[in-house]
Design a protein around this ligand. Sequence first.
Ligand SMILES: Cc1cc2nc3c(=O)[nH]c(=O)nc-3n(C[C@H](O)[C@H](O)[C@H](O)COP(=O)(O)OP(=O)(O)OC[C@H]3O[C@@H](n4cnc5c(N)ncnc54)[C@H](O)[C@@H]3O)c2cc1C
Length: 399
Amino acid sequence: MNLHSGTPFWLANNGIAPARPTLAAPEQCDVVICGAGVTGALVADALTAAGRDVVIIDRRESGLGSTAASTALLQYEIDVELIALGEMIGKEQAARAYRASARAVTQLAQLVAPLEGCDFQPRHSLYLASTRRDAKRLRAESDARSAIGIETEWWPRERVKARYGFPSYGAIRSQPAGEIDALALTRALLARAIANGARWYEQTNARGYEERAGGVRLLTDNGVHIDARRAVCATGYDLPKFLAQDSVTLHSTYALATERLTHFGAWDDRCLVWESARPYTYMRTTDDRRVIVGGEDVPFRDAAWRDRLLPTKTRKLEERLARLLPSIATETAFEWAGTFAETKDGLPFIGRDARYPGFLFALGYGGNGITFSAIAAELLTAECLGEGSPDADLYRMDR
Ligand SMILES: Cc1cc2nc3c(=O)[nH]c(=O)nc-3n(C[C@H](O)[C@H](O)[C@H](O)COP(=O)(O)OP(=O)(O)OC[C@H]3O[C@@H](n4cnc5c(N)ncnc54)[C@H](O)[C@@H]3O)c2cc1C
């Protein structure tokens, strides 16, 4: 289960949406989407826009999985750097993966433009070199990203210091990037999907399935089923029990949001900031003038242990923030913990799995899962429309 403790900033800020109808009678549709977080919402929006008949279910309230805990930096940058990814999966594939993520961030910016209240802001991303050795590597990384068409500049440490005051050994400054309210985005997309004909049920747990001629029957705890030509599994790292639990590494992660600030000092362009140390610390600002800082990841053991660490981790994040912004006094307003899943190559699992005919997977694992959710929406829509996608191989389930 995806648990988070403390007061997730987004919940405190937005309130909890009223419960929606629970599935009470059998349904039939082209595509049933299991999981109404940001991934399920993006897939539902894309499929309904393409004219598909969609049912979307969630076992609790929509968006209250990792989406509600997300600090929602929108980045094209995969946790595995471009050069390192090239060594793992091949240079051409790595370049495609980076370009696909950059395209997804740009597309998210376009998608969100007509939606209200999502607090989207385009930003630059500043990737700080944490050590002298990392600086050397990041310089080459910056060149490699430029060479594949990403808007990237290498800034030496003096330039970073003079412009922002951040201590570092230099930084890659690049775009596209942005920030968003992930829960508001999820709700806005669900509303649009419903307006386009999707049926939406909460408190509806998918507990099993049966293969049927030409599709799949999803069985729910409510004792009723949904017949669909395809079922999309968008359950975050929380794979339904009836599916094999695949090998991903789970991490506990921590974040805090400060009280509102009157100014951000030299950080006046409010770029997204993260670093080459692993695990990394990252920070961004919010539409209502707070700073969100996150990181301090540790391997996930269990929810209770993760939550016990929250006070210590919060103190560490506060210290880190004070080092990054020494001239600005901040006070913590909210702190929370969450869990996320990581793959070896930093890429998500999207597409079919031979073991589960009738299912499509949209498992946007990784630190920049929302970018991957947007990629999943595009790939799975193409799949449901019978169109191929040249990048589908990058995210194969059996890689
Ligand atoms: C603290 C934190 C910070 C993060 N920061 C960032 C960031 O800065 N940028 C970024 O891009 N990503 C970030 N992420 C990752 C990002 O939030 C996730 O990748 C994204 O929210 C995943 O969305 P999702 O819809 O796939 O999963 P979820 O939001 O977890 O939604 C899955 C849904 O499936 C439902 N479900 C599960 N099983 C069933 C079932 N059997 N039947 C019915 N429903 C079911 C759940 O109830 C849940 O609502 C962060 C994550 C955390 C925890």
